[in-house]
Structures are given as structure tokens and as C-alpha cells.
Design a protein around this ligand. Structure first.
Ligand SMILES: Cc1cc2nc3c(=O)[nH]c(=O)nc-3n(C[C@H](O)[C@H](O)[C@H](O)COP(=O)(O)OP(=O)(O)OC[C@H]3O[C@@H](n4cnc5c(N)ncnc54)[C@H](O)[C@@H]3O)c2cc1C
Length: 299
């Protein structure tokens, strides 16, 4: 049957493509189905990914896809998987546009979705001057007047990391703060201020933050922002399949990236630390582990 594959990879961004590379090089019949919505789409430059430091992330994915599709057993479909059903001898996969496919194993490389605060201007700055990760963008944003949009433990975590990069830091809790007196003492000693007024608006020029406006207090001039955003799984397929999710909202996986459901593997942001290198590494591990299982079954 032409719609039958050894492995279907749901999500064809960095993690999914990396898994496909390992499987294609192992001559496995692979289908990648990708919705084309990677989480880093707004960012013009990706950093801290060896050999691609500073490159446009879409270009990195384009090169990856081109290299993966050079392997003759790998196919790529644009589309969104709407349903995956586990049968006794494999998985039935449906796409929103009516595609039906069958696979022995499934890799979910579906990523996560950031839940933006409803603050005017935030979305336009995301990935440009409002970021989540000091390792991805910290060097470029260093030594600027910097805001940390977070509260409590998360804000303390950011404060320690960001203080290494800028000494001009203000924490914005956008409502009542949740710091104990010990944390306030530590922050005060580092000259880090807390503003707990509600944020009205982020002013910016083409995504570059210029200032933050509040309800009932003067505007703060900052040109960089770190935001500790809540997130959710990008896709409900892991949930549909019954994959266990941990207390941080990530899919539970073992050392071979297998989820708690036999034959279902996860890699990339949906199950690990968020970075291109980790997405590529966990994709490679998932691919290698699946190939090993298939080799053992056939031997
Ligand atoms: C703004 C921003 C900037 C970043 N900058 C950096 C950086 O500079 N350096 C760095 O190392 N990391 C950076 N990251 C993190 C990095 O982008 C992620 O770690 C990486 O994208 C994770 O890859 P992934 O393949 O797991 O998920 P994603 O890249 O998010 O891709 C998931 C893919 O799965 C698809 N998908 C989801 N559900 C379905 C479905 N049901 N059917 C079909 N397809 C589906 C999506 O459409 C998407 O294409 C950044 C992240 C953000 C948000």
C-alpha cells in the first residue's frame, strides 16, 4: 500500500527533520507531515546553534528539509494531523484535508505554543526584543535597560541569568507581586526594581521595544524584555494517544525518547529543554532508537 509507512513523523521542523534524517539514512520508509507553524517563526536570527549561529531560522529549516528529502525513502506532506488511532499492529493517521496513512511507529515532533499576555505591542516584539531565552538572544540584548516580565520563582530565575548580561534590570509582574522578603532583599542588593502596576502597552519600533506604559505610574524606558510565558502542547495528538504529560506540561519520555505509549516517540520542544540543538539531538535519538527496535524485530 502506498500510504503505509514504517514511521510517520508528525511535525517537520527541527526535531522532526532530524529524526527523519537518521531514519532516512537507515533506509526506513518515513512520512513527515508538517503544519508549517514553528514556534520561532517571528525571530529573524537564531543563535547558539553550532554552525548556524545568527542565521535565519527558516533558512536553517529549509536547508534541513532539502538534505532530509535527498534520501529516497523519506516523503514530506504539508498538512495538519487531526487524528491518530492505535490499532493492534500499528497506527492510523488522518489529516485535516482527508489524508489517511498507516504506520508501525509514530514520532510526535509537534512543539509547544506560547500563550501571550494580552498586552498591546507584546506580540509584535516577540522574538525580536521580547524573548524567552538568554542563551538564544541574551548576547545581542546585553547591557541594555532590560525588563523581566515574570513573577515569583520564574522572575528570580530570570533575574539571576539576566544579571550576568545587564545590570539595569526591572521586574514587571503586571499585577500584585509574589516575592518573599528574602527575594526582595536579594533583588534590592542588586539594584533590581519591581513594578507591580498593570501594564497598559509596550511601545516599539518594528518590534524593537522603546518603553513600557503602566496604569497609574510613569512610563519605563527599556529596550529589551525577557518573558516567562505559560505554554501548552502545540498539538492535542499526544493527548489523544494517551501520552503522559509531566508537571511542566512536557510529554514524558525515556532515554530513547519513547513516550508512555508503546510505539509512540516524542522529540523536540514538546518533551525537552527548548533549543534548536536539543530539538535536533532528541530527534536524532528518537530516530536511532526506533531504527534499533525495527532492526531487532527483524533479526
Ligand atoms: C521566538 C523564539 C525564538 C527562538 N530563538 C532560538 C534561538 O535563537 N536559538 C535556539 O537554539 N532556539 C531558539 N528558540 C527555540 C527553538 O525555536 C525551538 O527549540 C525549536 O523550534 C523546537 O523545534 P521543534 O521541532 O520541537 O518544534 P517547532 O519548531 O515549534 O515545530 C513544530 C512543528 O510541528 C508542526 N505541528 C504541530 N502540530 C501538528 C499537527 N497536528 N500536524 C502536523 N504538524 C504539526 C508545527 O506546525 C511545526 O511546524 C526560539 C523559540 C522562540 C519561540
Amino acid at each position: 500500500m502506498t500510504n503505509q509507512y514504517e514511521i510517520i513523523i508528525i511535525g517537520g521542523s527541527y526535531a522532526g527533520l532530524s529524526a527523519a534524517l537518521t531514519l532516512g539514512r537507515s533506509k526506513r520508509k518515513v512520512l513527515i507531515i508538517d503544519g508549517g507553524k514553528p514556534c520561532n517563526a517571528p525571530t529573524p536570527h537564531a543563535h547558539n546553534f553550532l554552525t548556524h549561529d545568527g542565521q535565519n531560522p527558516r533558512e536553517i529549516a529549509r536547508i534541513g528539509k532539502e538534505q532530509v528529502l535527498a534520501y529516497p525513502t523519506v516523503r514530506f506532506e504539508s498538512g495538519t494531523v487531526s487524528e491518530v488511532v492505535k490499532h493492534i499492529d500499528g497506527f492510523a493517521v488522518k489529516t485535516e484535508d482527508g489524508g489517511n496513512f498507516i504506520a508501525d511507529k509514530i514520532i510526535v515532533a509537534t512543539g509547544i505554543r506560547d500563550l501571550f499576555p494580552s498586552i498591546e505591542g507584546f506580540a509584535e516584539c516577540w522574538g525580536i526584543s521580547a524573548v524567552h531565552c538568554p542563551y538564544c538572544h541574551g548576547f545581542e540584548l546585553s547591557d541594555r535597560p532590560t525588563a523581566i516580565l515574570a513573577n515569583g520563582e520564574m522572575a528570580m530565575h530570570y533575574a539571576k541569568l539576566v544579571y550576568n548580561l545587564s545590570k539595569d534590570i526591572t521586574i514587571l509582574t503586571n499585577g500584585r507581586h509574589a516575592f518573599g522578603s528574602a527575594d526582595i532583599t536579594k533583588l534590592t542588593a542588586k539594584n533590581i526594581h519591581i513594578i507591580d502596576s498593570v501594564i497598559k502597552k509596550i511601545n516599539h519600533e518594528h518590534g524593537q521595544i522603546t518603553s513600557v506604559e503602566f496604569e497609574g505610574r510613569p512610563t519605563l524606558n527599556v529596550t529589551a524584555m525577557y518573558a516567562g510565558l505559560p505554554m501548552e502542547q502545540h498539538s492535542d495528538i499526544p493527548h489523544q494517544l494517551g501520552c503522559e504529560i509531566d508537571e511542566n506540561g512536557l510529554i514524558k519520555v525515556d532515554a530513547g525518547q519513547q513516550t508512555t505509549i508503546d510505539g509512540v516517540f516524542a522529540c523536540g520542544d514538546n518533551s525537552s529543554m527548548r533549543s534548536l540543538s536539543v530539538a535536533v539531538q532528541t530527534g536524532m535519538v528518537a530516530g536511532a532508537y526506533i531504527n534499533m527496535l525495527l532492526c531487532e524485530e527483524a533479526f
